[in-house]
Design a protein around this ligand. Structure first.
Ligand SMILES: Nc1ncnc2c1ncn2[C@@H]1O[C@H](COP(=O)(O)OP(=O)(O)OP(=O)(O)O)[C@@H](O)[C@H]1O
Ligand SMILES: Nc1ncnc2c1ncn2[C@@H]1O[C@H](COP(=O)(O)OP(=O)(O)OP(=O)(O)O)[C@@H](O)[C@H]1O
Lengths: 216, 216
């Protein structure tokens, strides 16, 4: 497994490093602030204080052995950009950058960033979807219009068996699991009866799952 | 459906409003900066310029009719806190707040915030999990240790049928769908043969799914 380097130990960068280390990935943490580097030196596999816009300093740290390198600098637009350019100059295969705004994202893409993340923007979207679809409890996209979704069982289905509920016939949705009282029933039989408080795990069109979730 | 109010039209707040409106929810957008209120007035159902730390101004805007109210103020610690306190004073049932740091989150909880979101921190965690588990493509938690996960089919299973793969016997995982070439095969039969490039949708223990994903 190749190692990951993270430039910028702010809120995003530090949380990224911590999660990677917790999941067994070895991480090089970089920041120009020696105080931050010192503070995280016991939590991150390896840390070094340097100015990431300096190509020579990056080469000396052996940055080209890391893949991907994540640039977790947001507010400082110039440092974010110059760092992305320097990393591409030393031939790092994959550079992932955080951006503060959509314009920042577009410029990073133009100078070679392989992927750009907008943490604030993405968090707003995720909360919006959750609040807009109250019965909707989770989703994994499978292909263009099909997904696995978890929804609260609508009241009108409580007391019916899966067969009687006609969820497959009416919505084209397959129930692949039921979550009840802290336990999951995988691949339930068609004579399983839906109870109040059940969550249904469905495979089918996302739009149809949302419809089922918002049914009374 | 109750309406949602969002205080603070920064990156997070604006993106939240946009997503809610796109999903058919009516939204009241609030900011003390009249320029921002003007800029978003054509995108958000209703907007008003006021200082959200002023309880009287909130009452005049009829804030208690909205549920939840989201406080999307991050950098300005005092405004975030005073707004949360004012909203609880006018008896808004659910107040969701954004926080900039863990300390900020803890203080918001103490003054009554029902839920606190740390966008930077959560984005770092999400990216960390994704980079640490390259074969892991998505997850919905079902209960304490069981989840629905999507993983890249390991090379050692390519060419075997689901029955021959013994994924259920060896890992306790049920394959509930296969994603192949932009199409999903829901509830595949046990004689379905796994092909190169397939993604498997599994139900079972998350730790076992991760093990399967990182198998060669
Ligand atoms: N040229 C540079 N070289 C190395 N580190 C840098 C450089 N410029 C900025 N940093 C570091 O990157 C970190 C994050 O930068 P910045 O404050 O610009 O982003 P941020 O978006 O506010 O971060 P976050 O929101 O994740 O806390 C800081 O710790 C800063 O010291
Ligand atoms: N007392 C207040 N009343 C109403 N709006 C306020 C108040 N204080 C701050 N705001 C608004 O909240 C918005 C976001 O605030 P702030 O800049 O503190 O957070 P932020 O974390 O930087 O936002 P983001 O990261 O989402 O862009 C700003 O548009 C600001 O005008």
């Amino acid at each position: 497994r190749s190692e990951v380097a993270v430039v910028g130990l702010g809120r995003f960068g530090a949380s990224l490093c911590r999660t990677l280390v917790e999941n067994g990935v070895s991480v090089l943490g970089i920041d120009r602030d020696p105080g931050l580097v010192q503070r995280y030196s016991h939590e991150i596999t390896q840390t070094v204080a340097l100015d990431s816009t300096d190509e020579e300093a990056l080469r000396e740290a052996g940055i080209e052995a890391y893949n991907p390198v994540v640039v977790a600098i947001g507010d400082n637009f110039e440092a974010s950009l110059m760092t992305c350019v320097a990393l591409k100059a030393v031939k790092v295969p994959t550079v992932v950058c955080k951006a503060a705004t959509a314009v920042h994202r577009d410029v990073l893409r133009k100078v070679g960033a392989d992927r750009v993340i907008l943490p604030e923007h993405e968090a707003g979207q995720r909360l919006g979807l959750e609040l807009a679809q109250p019965g909707f409890l989770g989703e994994i996209e499978l292909c263009s219009d099909t997904a696995v979704t978890k929804v609260r069982a609508p009241a009108s289905l409580v007391g019916l068996t899966l067969e009687e509920s006609r969820v497959n016939e009416e919505y084209g949705l397959r129930v692949v699991a039921i979550v009840r009282g802290g336990r999951a029933i995988a691949l339930p039989s068609k004579i399983e009866r839906i109870e109040s408080g059940d969550q249904l795990v469905l495979i089918g069109a996302t739009a149809r799952a949302t419809e089922l979730a918002s049914r009374g």
